[in-house]
Ligand binder design. Structure first.
Ligand SMILES: CC(C)(COP(=O)(O)OP(=O)(O)OC[C@H]1O[C@@H](n2cnc3c(N)ncnc32)[C@H](O)[C@@H]1OP(=O)(O)O)[C@@H](O)C(=O)NCCC(=O)NCCS
Length: 144
């Protein structure tokens, strides 16, 4: 049984284990910063099993009116393919259904991570920007 709930405080060791399981080294290099980013997010939904074990997490940056950015969605690698990512994203889609835009950025489809993510997001009904007449622009600021 998986429970999904909002959380507002975070244990660094637990968060490290989750992010490390999917190989997100730019994040695990400074896990205190990741925990600060979680605290500063609009919403963090956490998936746990009945023993309280952390299974996955999704967080948003939003004005709660016009736009919701899904900034991270990850499931512990040991529990992929069990519907946990779907539950987290469905909950976010419901929560932000009143917003005009529900968006996210992920790796390009030509990368191994991107190929898997695109398959997941398409399965979840999301549509790439260029298929909606949109483009995304970005600027890398700072070195970290
Ligand atoms: C992407 C990720 C969150 C998916 O979570 P998950 O719990 O494994 O996915 P689910 O089991 O909920 O899958 C939901 C649906 O997507 C499909 N799906 C998931 N991954 C897929 C893949 N690699 N290829 C094809 N379909 C896939 C599932 O078959 C499932 O379809 P169904 O519900 O219709 O049967 C997870 O793989 C992950 O944490 N990856 C590493 C971190 C990451 O890259 N996050 C996304 C970028 S921010």
């Amino acid at each position: 049984m998986v429970s999904i709930a909002q959380e507002t405080s975070f244990d660094e060791a637990e968060i490290f284990q989750l992010y490390d399981s999917v190989g997100w080294q730019p994040w695990t290099r400074d896990i205190a910063r990741v925990c600060r980013s979680l605290v500063n997010s609009h919403l963090v939904l956490v998936a746990r099993d009945e023993d309280g074990r952390l299974l996955g997490l999704a967080r948003t940056v939003s004005d709660d009116e016009l736009v919701c950015y899904v900034q991270e969605l990850l499931v512990d690698k040991r529990f992929h393919g069990q519907g946990i990512g779907r539950q987290l994203l469905e909950r976010l889609k419901e929560r932000y259904a009143h917003c005009r835009y529900f968006m996210l950025t992920t790796d390009h489809e030509s990368t191994p991570e991107g190929a898997a993510n695109h398959a997941f997001y398409r399965r979840m009904g999301l549509i790439e920007h260029h298929e909606q007449g949109l483009s995304a622009f970005g600027l890398r600021v700072g070195n970290s």
